[in-house]
Ligand binder design. Structure first.
Ligand code: SME
Length: 157
């Protein structure tokens, strides 16, 4: 895969479409999941300029911080806690337009205003979550949900 990330002109659909293609090419050429998570976080982060983009991995009863881009974050999140732990427990993507209105939200950074958390599946099991934070309200919608679900589906193919 090319070493350089190309960011599409236009709206976020166009950006996601090209990003998805580049991530598909990247993961086809690399079998190590942590290496892929690291580059996927970097590619999403650079394309959209989010506040924080990264993975938490399921380790026993907890989510443990994985590859990410952005400021220092909480290392461990318990099952069912916060937006990440809720995505794991409920087994569906959480789109949170205002984190202050989400009961039990874990504020790793007081600057985070909205968030999306996407479960990462391997076979029938959730093995990680992709967490993205924005410093603006209502950054994420169904377009982000659709494309980010397609992107994380590339990780364990
Ligand atoms: N806000 C998340 C915690 C992780 S940090 O935002 C990076 C949550 O409520 O699960």
């Amino acid at each position: 895969m090319a070493e350089n990330l190309i960011i599409a002109e236009g709206g976020k659909e166009q950006k996601y479409e090209l990003l998805h293609k580049q991530i598909a090419a990247l993961v086809n050429g690399e079998s190590d999941t942590i290496a892929n998570m690291a580059n996927v976080a970097a590619m999403i982060h650079a394309t959209f300029g989010f506040w924080w983009t990264g993975f938490y991995r399921v380790v026993g009863e907890e989510l443990v911080l994985g590859p990410f881009q952005g400021p220092l974050a909480c290392s461990r999140i318990r099952y069912g806690r916060g937006v990440c732990g809720t995505a794991w427990k409920e087994q569906v993507t959480q789109v949170v337009p205002d984190v202050e209105l989400f009961p039990g939200h874990i504020a790793c950074s007081s600057l985070s205003r909205s968030e999306i958390v996407v479960p990462v599946w391997s076979d029938e099991e959730i093995v990680a979550v992709l967490d993205i934070d924005s410093e603006h309200l209502a950054t994420f919608d169904q377009v982000d949900k659709l494309w980010l679900e397609k992107i994380v589906a590339l990780l364990y193919k």
